[in-house]
Design a protein around this ligand. Sequence first.
Ligand SMILES: O=C(O)c1cc2c(-c3cccc4[nH]ccc34)cccc2[nH]1
Length: 349
Amino acid sequence: KRQRSTYTHTRESFMDVYNILREELMKDPVVQSHPSHAKEWFQEVLDYNVPGGKLNRGMAVYDVLAAIKGAEALAEADVLQANALGWCIEWLQAFFLVADDIMDGSITRRGQPCWYKQEKVGMIACNDYILLECCIFKIIKQHMAGHPGYLKVMELFHEVTYQTAHGQLLDLTTAPQGRVDLSKYTLDTYMRIVTYKTAYYSFYLPVACGMVLAGITDPQAYATAEDILLDMGRYFQIQDDYLDCYGDPEVIGKIGTDIEDNKCSWLICTALQHASQEQQDIIKAHYGASDPASVAHIKELYEKLDLEAKFKAYEAQSYATLSQRIAEQTAMPRLVFTSLLDKIYKRCK
Ligand SMILES: O=C(O)c1cc2c(-c3cccc4[nH]ccc34)cccc2[nH]1
């Protein structure tokens, strides 16, 4: 059945699918037979943690499917299926963010208190992030049963969860809170952290989901996509690190604290690569300290090392290389990759 009334992909239409999925999850017999306080708790875990981000990752799945098959070829059921998988990526991100905020001792997330910081929640949040992860497989079962790609999607979400957990392992053991061991802050380690912790679930996963729904089975197509999308994901995170320090807080919507938080960022790894012994001593004395004077010393050092120019050079090089790789590949319509790249290149937030 072809698409008669053309579907317009907006945050509103994507949010409509969230409400469908939430009702399906609430209708689950286990939830239905709970006493009302437990039913309400479960619903609040979803409503507080799943919607509320920019929804870019989740909304990208439909864009990929439409780019491959043509929007006009998609039936209503195809659109719902793509958006359901897209929400699985938002559920996956919610699961990671609830867990990561506990591990990092964070205070706020997306402009509200972290879920575990709620008076009534605390360490119950550990069970809640497990429930968030379980919802992914409930949704996949509900919306992919009978689809030839059901197993592939199941494997995808398990594999990307494993990769992301390894990214978090590397991040937590490289930049443990409060202790600054700069010898571990190398660009190689940094690239591994962002690849596993961010690039797989933020870039590869949305595109791979769209590819499965489009009926692509050729392993080479997934390998080509992975190669390009991991590079794009690394570029996105390096840009994120740059914006944390040089972005306009008004535009980004938050004030960057990577320096105070001892973050293993592209800026500090690049600074260490070029710093003299004296400059390394300044970094050792002031990185990861929250007093404004220490932050000022680090930013002054970033100026001296001209990290802004180094980032701009990296950005230009990265865009050129990605554009060429996208043009050269024949696995997929270029639009799959260019629509993503155009959204992130030279972004300000
Ligand atoms: O989450 C964010 O802060 C954020 C995402 C994005 C995106 C984006 C768009 C489509 C698919 C994507 N995959 C990972 C990121 C992303 C684009 C621009 C700014 C952005 N900020």
